[in-house]
Design a protein around this ligand. Structure first.
Ligand code: AMP
Length: 184
């Protein structure tokens, strides 16, 4: 987990270069559905474009479907999920059904001015409708309100590992790999 622009997608993809891991990004899945124009995609786009969260039931249902396609031995690196306390509870249930559990939660720590700078840069190279300056601000506020409470939730369960998300892709990548060593 981490605020928008903290490098979740970039780092998750580095970890998932290892075939023991599979990357599961709810944001990517929503964008994929939006591109193919499925019903779910059309619904999700109305939230993504505003920087708001897609409703929990819709999100959890999509994750459930995706999880069914992943072999039980493969470790899943969730990126951008769970984002609410309700999703964290749903995740525990989904994992329990599959005889799995959360091994660790990595929080990518990046100061706010750096986040804004990165997202503004990304707006020039990728065409994400939610990298518009107004939407960036909303996404940060939504994160603080709805997702930041998960930090304490996972800290209490001794699952949280903070990773300094400043610096190059490679530097952060090696901190990530260290943080994930020895996780269940
Ligand atoms: P991301 O690619 O993780 O930055 O996600 C992009 C957008 O997808 C978010 O701003 C939300 O609108 C939506 N989204 C992604 N993951 C979730 C989630 N777990 N719950 C609700 N909405 C999500």
């Amino acid at each position: 987990m981490g605020p928008p622009g903290s490098g979740k997608g970039t780092q998750a993809q580095i970890v998932a270069e290892d075939p023991d891991w599979v990357w599961l990004s709810t944001g990517e899945l929503f964008r994929l559905h939006a591109r193919i124009g499925s019903e779910l995609g059309r619904l999700a786009a109305t939230y993504l474009d505003k920087g708001e969260y897609v409703p929990d039931d819709v999100t959890v249902q999509m994750v459930r479907q995706r999880m069914h396609e992943i072999p039980k031995e493969t470790r899943i690196l969730f990126d951008g999920f769970p984002r609410t306390v309700a999703q964290a509870q749903a995740l525990d249930e989904l994992l329990a059904e599959a005889g799995r559990k959360v091994g660790a939660v990595v929080l990518l720590d990046v100061p706010r001015d750096e986040l804004t700078r990165r997202l503004t840069e990304r707006a020039k190279s990728e065409s994400r409708s939610d990298d518009d300056p107004n939407v960036i601000a909303t996404r940060y506020d939504v994160y603080m309100k709805q997702t930041a409470p998960l930090i304490e939730h996972y800290e209490k369960r001794k699952l949280l590992r903070r990773v300094d998300g400043r610096g190059s892709r490679e530097k952060v990548g090696s901190r990530m790999n260290k943080a994930l060593k020895g996780t269940g």
